[in-house]
Design a protein around this ligand. Structure first.
Ligand code: UDP
Length: 586
């Protein structure tokens, strides 16, 4: 299928994947046929097309531009951790495995950091912050050096060059790669359907490469494939680095894992992304008038098993009077799983990467995360954080196995599957006796691995107990309406008027007009907050008021200056900005 769709795209491809010298085309031809992968096929077609249409002028123009103008780089971001750079004519030597910046009189390098470019790097190539295996930099050469180098092969696609962080793990794939790629592409209008993704982390495709293919119309390139195209590749236009705006979790490289300190993404952006993916996966969310409500148990089949899954399913079905089904990554395609989860009322699963699929749950659904014995749910919250993103509108429940006898551990497995046989006897005994894994750093803590790879027989009564306690309302997807996130503007024309009665009493009348945007909105509840501070004092008196004026008399002294701040609040939580402070003299 991929082959035929590729051929249908020949016209598009003719306009150009790679431009190269005729000699190089012929020289490469035989080699390319040997490893006929999809990418190579595209390349081949393009080169053949060039022979036919003789668009060599483009090559010469490109080469001339590179020789005369060199590389140009302009970046956003003050620090290497928030930087994304746009390049014209960034090159890559597949022999040296280094990016190359060619200096000429008219090349540009902004920021021009000098040797600070190596402290520690120009930018992070993955969305994981400041990870020392993910740094990007380039080597520098003067353009005349091109004379002595292999003829460059140009990549005319607009490319996004980046690292995937861990393409074998579904949580990492979504959190570190897919969402950041999607929103980096929306940040730059020329990173469109025709853009080319280039993954430089050096991994092979991985189990979920099809998901990456959904993000652009062109086959993503892997680092190992670049050498098939030539010794010196020059990207006509490229962006390097990924936006971290959508990430919500830090994995514990410098401090124990947890939600990021300053989360900037909300359910609105997550759902825009999941809608995009679902459309690409041909999943329809058609609304039947009486959709069947159901619970999904997402089971793992290799490790961290639920040992009494049948019993669990029966109990859930009985408790909620709902059909309960299981899915697993070995038995269902990813598209089928997303289809099922996108209409589920509740998702129940052991802690693990498969829970990232809760991104696809409908508003109002419940996520139930099960934790093995001795693993504290509070310490591992990537999925709890998803559920609590504003506007995701999911309820979250964690259940932990507290009965050691309901747990099966695997001390004799390899260390990366939780085995501890390689440890000193004393350390093994300590771990076996421990009732909770202490907080730890990523990624090889043996006690953590030992506990997280236990199988669990879920104690049904205790699970139902936390479900009844925590679930605020039985899931009802039909009734669920997203809350408004529209904030009030400033209140307008704030005024104050003072009156003094005798030597001890004074009054302060404050009035204002409604925010400008309110007259176009239907808001359930509009309130105003007024802060009154005596000039020179540190404290203030806050008031919540329903109308647009109020006369304060308590604690108001004569012949005193007060500072008055006023703001509007919609529906108890949506705060507006304060109007300019009023100075009121009684
Ligand atoms: N995985 C799976 N079934 C299993 C165990 C793992 O499909 O029984 C998948 C899992 O969803 C993840 C990857 O294999 O994408 C790595 O799993 P691991 O246990 O290493 O990571 P975790 O799930 O704890 O993040």
């Amino acid at each position: 299928m991929r082959g035929s769709s590729c051929r249908m795209n020949v016209a598009a491809v003719l306009n150009g994947l790679l431009v190269s010298v005729l000699a190089a085309v012929l020289w490469k031809y035989a080699k390319l046929r040997e490893h006929a992968s999809l990418v190579e096929e595209e390349l081949l077609l393009t080169r053949q097309s060039q022979e036919l249409s003789q668009v060599r002028i483009d090559y010469h123009a490109a080469l001339q531009a590179l020789q005369e103008k060199g590389t140009r780089m302009v970046c956003t971001g003050k620090m290497h951790t928030d930087r994304i750079c746009r390049f014209d004519y960034l090159c890559y030597s597949t022999e040296a495995e280094e990016f190359v910046f060619f200096h000429s009189n008219s090349s540009v390098m902004l920021p021009n950091l000098g040797s600070r470019r190596f402290q520690p790097a120009l930018l992070d190539l993955s969305s994981v912050e400041d990870h020392n295996t993910q740094y990007f930099n380039f080597l520098e050469l003067p353009t005349p050096a091109l004379k002595y180098m292999p003829k460059p092969v140009f990549v005319p696609d607009v490319t996004l060059i980046m690292n995937r962080f861990n393409p074998d793990n579904l949580m990492h794939i979504f959190h570190d790669d897919l969402l950041p790629i999607f929103y980096t592409m929306s940040q730059y209008s020329d990173l469109d359907e025709e853009a080319r993704l280039v993954f430089m982390e050096g991994w092979s495709e991985g189990a979920h490469f099809d998901l990456y293919r959904l993000l652009s119309g062109k086959q993503p390139l892997l680092k190992e494939q670049l050498r098939n195209f030539g010794k010196l590749l020059c990207f006509t236009k490229s962006y390097v680095g990924l936006s971290k705006m959508t990430t919500w979790y830090q994995y514990g490289f410098v401090q124990p894992q947890g939600p990021k300190a300053n989360i900037l993404v909300s359910g609105t952006e997550v759902r825009k992304f999941t809608r995009f993916l679902m459309a690409k996966l041909n999943i329809t969310k058609e609304e039947s008038p009486e959709p069947e409500e159901y619970i999904v148990v997402f089971s793992r089949s290799i490790n961290r098993l639920i040992l009494n899954e049948a019993e669990l399913i029966l109990a859930l079905a009985q408790e909620f009077q709902m059909k309960t089904i299981t899915v697993s990554l070995d038995e269902h395609s990813f598209a089928d799983i997303v289809q099922i989860i996108s209409k589920a009322s509740m998702l129940v699963s052991m802690h693990g990467a498969q829970l990232v699929t809760s991104l696809f749950l409908p508003r109002g659904a419940i996520v139930v995360e099960l934790f093995p014995y001795a693993v504290n749910p509070e310490h591992y919250t990537p999925y709890k954080t998803i559920a609590s993103l504003p506007g995701m509108d999911l309820q979250y429940v964690a259940w932990q196995n507290t009965k050691e006898e309901n747990s099966i551990a695997f001390p004799d497995r390899p260390w990366d599957q939780g085995g501890i046989a390689h440890l000193e006897k004393e350390e093994q005994d300590r771990i076996l006796k421990s009732k909770e894994v202490p907080r730890h750093l990523c990624c090889r803590n043996p006690e953590w691995l030992f506990r997280i790879y236990q199988d669990t027989s879920v104690d049904i009564p205790s699970l139902l107990e936390v479900l009844r306690q925590t679930v605020k309302s039985k899931p009802n997807l039909k009734k669920f309406k997203p809350a408004s996130t529209i904030h009030p503007g400033k209140v307008r024309e704030p005024k104050c008027q003072a009156s003094v009665q005798g030597t001890n009493e004074a009054k302060l009348t404050v009035s204002w007009q409604i925010p400008w945007n309110l007259k176009y909105l239907k808001v359930r509840e509009v309130k105003y907050e007024v802060w009154i501070q005596e000039q020179g004092e540190n404290t203030y008196m806050p008031y919540i008021l329903p109308h647009q004026n109020y006369t304060f008399s308590e604690n108001i002294k004569p012949f005193t200056t007060y500072l008055v701040w006023i703001r509007c609040i919609f529906n108890k939580t949506l705060l507006g900005p304060f109007a300019d402070v009023l100075m009121c003299r009684t």
